[in-house]
Design a protein around this ligand. Sequence first.
Ligand code: SAM
Length: 297
Amino acid sequence: MNTHLPERDLSESPPEPLTNGLYIVATPIGNLGDITVRAVDILSRCDAVACEDTRVTGKLMKHLGLHKPLWRYDDHSSPHDRARLIDAMRSGAVALVSDAGTPLVSDPGYRLVADAREQNISVTTLPGACAVIAGLTLSGLPNDRFLFGGFLPVKEKARADVLAELGQVDATLIFYETGPRLTKSLVAIAKDLPGRTVSVARELTKLHEECRTDTPENLLEHYQAHPPKGEIVLLIAPPNDEQPHGDPDALLREALATLKPSQAAGQVAKATGLDRKTLYARALEIGAETRDKQGNL
Ligand code: SAM
């Protein structure tokens, strides 16, 4: 990955000081190449960086060749800590980052931004990587209306309540998920929102990025056999969503009757726009399932 940044020409005049205030700075969600030019500029010119975990942000700053005071901040920080940060914004530029992605999106910052705005501090945002949007764009699910639900609750009853409530909304639902909880969520979706297409977008922007769009039952079968590692975005198609290209499994089965798995995957990828690598993996699974069934006859 090429993340080298142009070195500053020392003959250039020194950069303008930043306007005092708060700068909300998105950072990469896996691939360091996704840092924006503007994020690097602000991080290099700010007076201090407020961050969730100084070790995590310290690594990013080191990678960028930057040295700034790092102040730990999250929404459980004391009102005293928040007041100190607000004071710092009156006399300097404070950047707010989270461990990864866009601050405030299932990450700290809400109270700080609300307080800063209330106190007429200048607040500006530097958009960038965000797993919600990365997952949505990759999933192939309808994106004209979407609803981000944060993390699904861990407890069964609370999770079922959220699915029942949000499941009525005519929009693609997006949740943050963890590997160890994924199969329980898929069981709940299959039970509480039957017939809905689901996408699992995993390790976005990283080496092992994958996105599987399928029925919750098929996804459950897959992830029970291959426990998922890494970070996950879980997406659920809107109610009554017609897959524009039909059921990918059915298309693969049909293609496999006459083609090799790689050819079948290529044909279905072309017809549906779905990810060829994922379809190839699924074609191999279908082939193995078919052989098993034939062996059991
Ligand atoms: N603020 C971050 C953002 O803008 O995406 C999200 C922070 S939230 C605490 C962390 C969750 O985001 C993870 O548990 C996972 O569900 C999702 N996530 C973050 N990075 C991801 C990635 N590279 N691939 C898939 N999901 C990711």
